[in-house]
Design a protein around this ligand. Structure first.
Ligand code: PHE
Length: 445
């Protein structure tokens, strides 16, 4: 190890999968996926999304993990070590992206904390009366309150990252992720049996391909990269703590599958309820927070279910936010030799401050090019920087790093990977062309 200190590693292969899945499964699946899907036409979006995840997302994920495991460094250091030249920009772009995403991620993470508490103070009643939207609107326009919860969410993130990668993160993920899964299943049963749910199921599962446009494609790609934590060096960083025996194609497949399953289930909870309660499916970022209280209010012991759900959602968010802070932090620890504690606290506080404009923009007060600041930050990061990062990582691995990549994914030739040739061609041609096409049509250059 370069600085004479043994680099940290995951405790086990399962540890890595859970941590990587913990990073992938987050607010992106339960808060972002349903509203983006709702704004982009429902079922047709879902099909595009799944195709992008399993063809492009899976390939890019393997590319990222391979680079990280080979280099054993942070995102910037990894690209400098295995690639050099302009490819290092990819690492920088990732670190920048980590700053941007985490800044507003903590704002939404704060909402989950607020909702845990609100479950016991009037949220259920408002949900039962169809007034959950008023509660949501009242909360997000109260900036000081939003900022307090945002700070709390960031504090928890800092606290865990300051402890290190092995113990804390792994242990939490092992218990809490399965709980979230089971709770989603319970909620689906409640949601699809609400009167009027059928229309929502049709919206979500019966595709209308005329709804697909350039921006829809871009939204699907952005959502896929965001949800899988790709395109910004997160999987490079997590891969850098991975032992040499783990079979990367298998681990990546499990992460993609789990992540997609949770997003899909979240949609099955939200959309039937959206239609049952007469909410607009294209209502935007508040969708999940407005429809769920309605569902809970119609369950016996609703307040307890609600609090438990938002608690698990918060935890899912934390296992993602720590990965975002880890990407940025790994750079400062590896390259500038900052201690873990100093890194977590300093960066955490800076990023918290960067998130305040996003929190404030919920009042409708701060707009960029017609979008709220939060939406604008999310658009730039998710729909531009992440897919762009993915495009270049795929190009790099497919054209310039193919032989090394082959050794890495087959564990030096000891474990055959049957889809190796298709994987390389997806990296070389399919992913770059598709993503380039999506950009051109989606951004209307
Ligand atoms: N994948 C996380 C989620 O779905 C967000 C995230 C994006 C985390 C990028 C790390 C890197 O919530």
């Amino acid at each position: 190890m370069s600085n004479g200190v043994e680099r940290e590693q995951w405790g086990s292969k399962l540890g890595f999968i859970l941590a990587a899945a913990g990073s992938a499964v987050g607010l992106g699946n339960i808060w972002r996926f349903p509203y983006v899907c709702g704004m982009n036409g429902g079922a047709a979006f879902l099909i595009l999304y799944v195709a992008i995840v399993f063809i492009i997302g899976y390939s890019v994920m393997m590319a990222e993990i391979s680079v990280g495991r080979k280099a054993e460094l942070n995102a910037v250091g990894s690209f400098r070590k295995v690639a050099g030249g302009p490819w290092v920009l990819l690492g920088w772009m990732g670190v920048a992206c980590g700053f941007i995403i985490l800044s507003y991620y903590c704002v939404i993470g704060g909402w989950t904390i607020k909702y845990i508490l609100a479950s016991f103070t009037g949220l259920m009643q408002a949900g039962a009366e169809g007034k959950a939207g008023d509660i949501f609107g009242g909360f997000i326009t109260n900036t000081p309150q939003v900022v307090i919860y945002q700070a709390l969410f960031m504090l928890i993130t800092i606290f865990i990252v300051a402890q290190g990668v092995g113990e804390g993160i792994e242990k939490y993920c092992k218990i809490l992720m399965p709980m979230l899964f089971v709770l989603l299943l319970v909620l689906i049963v409640r949601s699809v049996t609400l009167p009027g749910a059928g229309e929502g199921i049709a919206f979500y599962l019966k595709p209308d391909f005329s709804k697909i446009t350039g921006p829809t494609l871009l939204a699907a790609a952005g959502q896929a990269f965001f949800s899988l934590s790709l395109g910004m060096g997160c999987m490079v960083t997590y891969g850098s703590y991975l032992d040499k025996q783990t079979f990367i194609p298998g681990a990546a497949a499990q992460v993609c599958f789990l992540d997609t399953a949770v997003a899909f289930l979240a949609g099955l909870v939200i959309f039937p309820a959206v239609f049952a309660f007469g909410v607009e499916p294209g209502a935007g970022p508040g969708l999940t927070f407005v429809t769920l209280p309605g569902i809970f209010s119609q369950m016996p012991g609703g307040a307890v279910w609600s609090a438990l759900f938002f608690l698990l959602l918060m935890v899912a968010g934390i296992t993602s936010s720590i990965s975002l802070l880890e990407v940025v932090g790994a750079y400062f620890m590896d390259e500038l030799k900052w201690t873990r504690k100093k890194t977590a606290w300093t960066l955490g506080i800076v990023i918290f401050l960067m998130g305040i404009p996003s929190a404030y923009s919920l009042t409708g007060g701060l707009k960029i090019a017609g979008k709220d600041f939060l939406d604008a930050a999310d658009f730039v990061a998710s729909n531009v920087l992440l897919p762009l990062g993915g495009l270049f990582i795929a190009l790099f691995v497919g054209w310039f790093w193919k032989d090394e990549a082959e050794k890495e994914v087959t564990n030096q030739g000891t474990k055959p990977f049957g889809l190796h040739t298709p994987w390389v061609w997806v990296c070389r041609i399919v992913a770059p062309l598709t993503l380039a096409y999506i950009f051109i049509t989606g951004l209307k250059w």
